[in-house]
Design a binder for this molecule. Structure first.
Ligand code: SF4
Ligand code: SF4
Length: 256
C-alpha cells in the first residue's frame, strides 16, 4: 500500500469502511469479527505544525505495516501469525486466542485486543475480499481522494510500483528496518515560512530573493516571495538551525 499523506483530508471514510467490513462480520479463517468499540485497524493521526498564523495540518493514515519479518510473528511459536505468499501478515484467529502479549510485540501498536473473544486482532488488508476477486481492501475503495493505493509491488506496471519509482517515499520508523509493505508519500516534515515587507513603504515585498542555508550540510535552497510577500521552504529537518537571507535590489539584505 502507498499512502499519499498530501492527499488525505482526514474524512475518516477509510476508518468507517473498515468498521463496516469487520464489525459483526466473521471472516474466519482470515479474521474474526471486530468489536464495536475500541478497535481501529486503520486510524488517522492528525498533526499540526508551525506557529500561528502559519499552521499546517496533516492527516496520516496508520495501520498494520505487514512487515516482511514481523516482530508480532516472532513473539509466537505455534504459527499464530503467518505471512501469505502475497505478503499479507495474518493473525490466525483460531490459534491466537489468549495471546495478549502479542500487542507489545508490534512496534507500530497496530494490534488490538478483543476482550470478548480474548483475541489479538489487526488489519488483514481485507484478504478475504482479495481472495474473492477484489483488487483492493475496503479502506482503499472508500477513499475519495485516492490517498490510499493498493497493489502488487512486484508488478512493474502496477500503480504502486509506478508511484514508488517516481515519487520519494518513506516508511514509518525506518530505524526499525522491518521492511514494511506500507509506504508513505509526503510525510509531514518541518518547514520555515515568513513574509517580507518593504520597510520604507510598508507594502508586501514581492519577488524578493530568499535563500535558505543549511550551514551543517553546505546546502542552499532558493525561492522568491509571492505577491503577498510570502515564502516557504518545506521538507526540512526539525530542531536544526538554518539561515534565511532576503535580498531585493535597492534594499539592504536581511538575515534571520
Ligand atoms: Fe505485525 Fe505490527 Fe508488523 Fe503488523 S506492523 S506485521 S502487527 S509487527
Ligand atoms: Fe484520508 Fe482517504 Fe482515509 Fe479519508 S478515506 S481519511 S482521505 S485516507
Amino acid at each position: 500500500m502507498v499512502v499519499d499523506v498530501t492527499r488525505c483530508n482526514g474524512c475518516y471514510n477509510c476508518v468507517i469502511a473498515c468498521k463496516d467490513e469487520h464489525w459483526e462480520n466473521d471472516w474466519n479463517p482470515i479474521a474474526a469479527a471486530q468489536p464495536r468499540h475500541g478497535a481501529f485497524w486503520i486510524s488517522i493521526e492528525k498533526k499540526e505544525r508551525g506557529q500561528f498564523p502559519r499552521v499546517k495540518v496533516s492527516y496520516t493514515p496508520k495501520l498494520c505495516m505487514h512487515c516482511h519479518a514481523p516482530p508480532c510473528a516472532q513473539s509466537t511459536s505455534e504459527g499464530e501469525v503467518y505471512t501469505r505468499p502475497d505478503g499479507i501478515v495474518i493473525i490466525d484467529p483460531g490459534k491466537a486466542v489468549n495471546r495478549k502479549e502479542m500487542l507489545g510485540a508490534c512496534p507500530y501498536e497496530a494490534i488490538f485486543w478483543n476482550e470478548e473473544k480474548k483475541l489479538p486482532q489487526k488489519c488483514t488488508f481485507c484478504a478475504h475480499l482479495l481472495d474473492g476477486g477484489w483488487k483492493e481492501p475496503r479502506c482503499v475503495q472508500a477513499c475519495p481522494t485516492h490517498a490510499l493505493v493498493f497493489g502488487d509491488s512486484d508488478d512493474p506496471h502496477s500503480e504502486v510500483s509506478k508511484i514508488l519509482a517516481t515519487k520519494k517515499s518513506d516508511v514509518l520508523h525506518p530505524e526499525l528496518n522491518l521492511k514494511t509493505s506500507v509506504f508513505y508519500v509526503g510525510l509531514p516534515k518541518a518547514f520555515i515560512a515568513g513574509t517580507a515587507i518593504f520597510g520604507d513603504t510598508d507594502e508586501c515585498a514581492e519577488a524578493v530573493r530568499v535563500t535558505l542555508e543549511d550551514p551543517s550540510a553546505s546546502k542552499t535552497l532558493t525561492t522568491a516571495t509571492n505577491n503577498y510577500g510570502d515564502f516557504e521552504f518545506e521538507n526540512l529537518m526539525p530542531r536544526k538551525k538554518y539561515l534565511v537571507k532576503l535580498e531585493s535590489d535597492g534594499y539592504l539584505t536581511a538575515s534571520v
